[in-house]
Design a protein around this ligand. Structure first.
Ligand code: GTP
Ligand code: MG
Length: 197
């Protein structure tokens, strides 16, 4: 599907440094350490393209990657706890807010949720902001390899139920593992569709 090259485009620390509009964009959001950068790598098939870490707060800028001249993937900093100073977190948040509310080429935000935890209060707050701004988003469960199949089904059903009445939410909840590759091909296919809209 995205067989061609995938390249790093830009690391954006402040809103005036955004790359010019070119391709449709998909942004990756979610709590710190949920697996955003790992998912970008799994999708591109390149393990070291986006930097990952055990320490929450690894990604500190908006990192743009171009996928086969088709789509830009935007790896964002996480929300919630990060092992960095509060002033830094406030700075990222400003850049993300500006990006998320004013980017005409942004097609969808993938909101990543850890399969072990499901939707938490700060995730719901984030979704409410997207609903109010009519920013279209889709929830993706991550780290599916960390839970037993029965528990995974439960959290998937629970998540879908919690999203049912949210106007900007895509009804389909994807299940992925960057570790085993579960769900990666399906997610690629859905991004491919988005890119062609
Ligand atoms: P920040 O940039 O700090 O917000 O984190 P992030 O959301 O980009 O998470 P990152 O991709 O850096 O992954 C955090 C940790 O989770 C790393 O140690 C990854 O190896 C691990 N991880 C990510 N995805 C998976 C997965 O699908 N399965 C397992 N078992 N571990 C994962
Ligand atoms: Mg990251």
């Amino acid at each position: 599907l995205f067989a061609g090259p995938c390249d790093f485009v830009a690391a954006v620390p402040t809103i005036d440094r955004l790359p010019p509009f070119s391709l449709p964009e998909v942004a990756f959001a979610g709590r710190s350490n949920v697996g955003k950068s790992s998912l970008v790598n799994a999708l591109t098939g390149r393990n070291t393209l986006a930097r990952t870490s055990n320490t929450p707060g690894r990604t500190q800028q908006l990192n743009f990657f171009e996928l086969n001249k088709t789509l830009l993937l935007v790896d964002m900093p996480g929300y919630g706890y990060a092992a960095v100073p509060k002033t830094e977190i406030a700075r990222w948040k400003r850049v993300m807010d500006q990006y998320l509310s004013g980017r005409v080429t942004l097609r969808r935000v993938l909101v990543l949720i850890d399969s072990r935890h499901g939707l938490k209060e700060n995730d719901l707050e984030e979704l409410t902001i997207f609903d109010h701004r009519a920013v279209s988003y889709q929830v993706v469960l991550t780290k599916a390899d960390k839970v037993k199949p029965g528990a995974l089904t439960r959290v998937w059903e629970e998540t879908k139920a919690k999203l049912a009445k949210r106007p900007a939410s895509h009804p389909e909840v994807m299940v992925t593992s960057s570790e085993t590759g579960q769900g990666i091909e399906d997610l690629r296919a859905s991004l491919h569709l988005l890119a062609s809209l």
